[in-house]
Write a protein that binds this ligand. Structure first.
Ligand code: HPA
Length: 273
C-alpha cells in the first residue's frame, strides 16, 4: 500500500506543483463548491495511477487543485462507493493520497436520509459522530504502521473545533444547521421503514452509503475531519415515502448554495490548523 501511495503521490506532484492544506470530498449533487475554487490544475481519475474510476450517475471523476477561501485545497469531484463493487481499500485510497500530499483537514459532504423527526428535506446536518454499519472496515488486513496504529481510537472522529466553527459561520450567514449522528450502510437499497426505525432507535439521525470509510482512514492517520450531510429524504415513522436517486439529487441540488457558502466561509475563517 505504501508503495502505491508513493507512486500516486509522485505522479500527482510531477503534474501539479502544489501542496494542498485541505482535502474536500464532494458528494451527491454538491459539486457546486468546485465552481468556487480558483483552479490551478485538474487531474482525471482515469489518468492517475492506482485510482479507481467512478461510475455512479452524477459523479464525474476528477481531482481539482486550487485556492478556496485563501487556502490551498484539493477536491475530489466524484467519490467511490462500496456498493459500486470497489474494495474498502479502493474507496479510501484517495484519502491516503490526499494525506500524503499534505492535507491537515478533510472536509466531506454527502446526501442522507433523515430519521430525526425534527429534520426536513433540504436540511444540512453537521455530522458529530458516526456508526459504522458497513459490516466491514477499511483497516481490516495487515496494518501499515507508517500510516497509523493497529487500533486507532475514534473518540472524536469529527473535530469539535470545526463543528463549533460551522455553527458560528451558520449563525453569521443565516443558515439553519442540524447536528447529528450519521449511520453508514452499504446500500445500494434505500431502507425499509423498519430499517429506518431501527437505525433511529440505535442512535442515528441520518443514514447514508458513504463517508464512514473515508473518515476511518483519515482518523487512522490522525487527519482532523469535518463532515456535513444534506437530508434528501425522510425515513421517519409515518412519513417514510418512496425515494429515488433522482429525488436525492434534486434535494441535494437545492441545498447546494447554502452548503457551498458554509464550507467556503468556514475555510476562509480558518486561521490555524
Ligand atoms: N438512505 C441511504 N442513503 C441515502 C438516503 C437514504 O435514505 N438518502 C440519500 N442517501
Amino acid at each position: 500500500m505504501l508503495q502505491k501511495i508513493e507512486q500516486t503521490t509522485a505522479y500527482i506532484r510531477q503534474c501539479v506543483n502544489f501542496n494542498p492544506e485541505i482535502g474536500i470530498i464532494l458528494g451527491t449533487g454538491l459539486g457546486a463548491l468546485v465552481n468556487e475554487i480558483d483552479t490551478i490544475a485538474t487531474l482525471e481519475y482515469k489518468d492517475i495511477p492506482n485510482f479507481p474510476i467512478s461510475t455512479v450517475q452524477g459523479h464525474s471523476g476528477k481531482l481539482v487543485f486550487g485556492m478556496l477561501g485563501g487556502k490551498k485545497v484539493v477536491a475530489m469531484q466524484g467519490r467511490f462507493h462500496y456498493y459500486e463493487g470497489y474494495t474498502m481499500q479502493q474507496v479510501t485510497f484517495p484519502v491516503r493520497v490526499m494525506k500524503a500530499l499534505g492535507i491537515k483537514l478533510l472536509v466531506v459532504s454527502n446526501a442522507s436520509g433523515g430519521m430525526n423527526p425534527t429534520f426536513k428535506v433540504g436540511d444540512i446536518m453537521v455530522i458529530r459522530d458516526h456508526i459504522n454499519l458497513f459490516g466491514t472496515n477499511p483497516l481490516i488486513g495487515p496494518n501499515c504502521d507508517e500510516l497509523g496504529p493497529r487500533f486507532p481510537e475514534m473518540s472524536e472522529a469529527y473535530d469539535k473545533r470545526y463543528i463549533k466553527l460551522a455553527f458560528e459561520i451558520a449563525e453569521q450567514n443565516n443558515i439553519h444547521l442540524q447536528k447529528g449522528v450519521y449511520i453508514g450502510v452499504t446500500g445500494p437499497t434505500f431502507e425499509t421503514p423498519s430499517e429506518y426505525k431501527f437505525f433511529h432507535i440505535a442512535g442515528a439521525d441520518a443514514v447514508g452509503m458513504s463517508t464512514v470509510p473515508e473518515i476511518i482512514v483519515a482518523r487512522h492517520m490522525k487527519v482532523p475531519c469535518f463532515a456535513v450531510s444534506v437530508i434528501t429524504d425522510l425515513g421517519i415513522t409515518g412519513v417514510v415515502e418512496k425515494v429515488s436517486h433522482e429525488e436525492v439529487q434534486q434535494a441535494a441540488n437545492k441545498a447546494e448554495p447554502k452548503m457551498t457558502l458554509l464550507i467556503k466561509k468556514m475555510i476562509e475563517s480558518i486561521v490555524e490548523f
